[in-house]
Write a protein that binds this ligand. Structure first.
Ligand SMILES: [Zn+2]
Length: 70
């Protein structure tokens, strides 16, 4: 299991790794919708590396904040 830190934006512990359409992965906060950039992959081996890459991005706080209307 890969370690995901709490969300850098809302500080909730609800981040998860999402696989999109079987070709890219990203980490998203289930609470506020903040997410990392997408990493595409081809095959299981690359998927593993792509997951590690997005987990690193998330844990560094390199995230994309969903714009919300206040
Ligand atoms: Zn959040």
């Amino acid at each position: 299991m890969k370690e995901l830190t709490t969300c850098p934006i809302c500080h909730e512990d609800s981040a998860f790794i999402e696989t999109e359409g079987g070709w890219c992965v990203y980490v998203q906060c289930g609470h506020c919708g903040t997410h990392t950039a997408f990493h595409s992959f081809h095959g299981e081996e690359e998927k593993e590396r792509a997951e590690e890459a997005v987990v690193r991005l998330w844990n560094m706080g390199k995230v994309i904040v969903e714009s919300r209307t206040e």
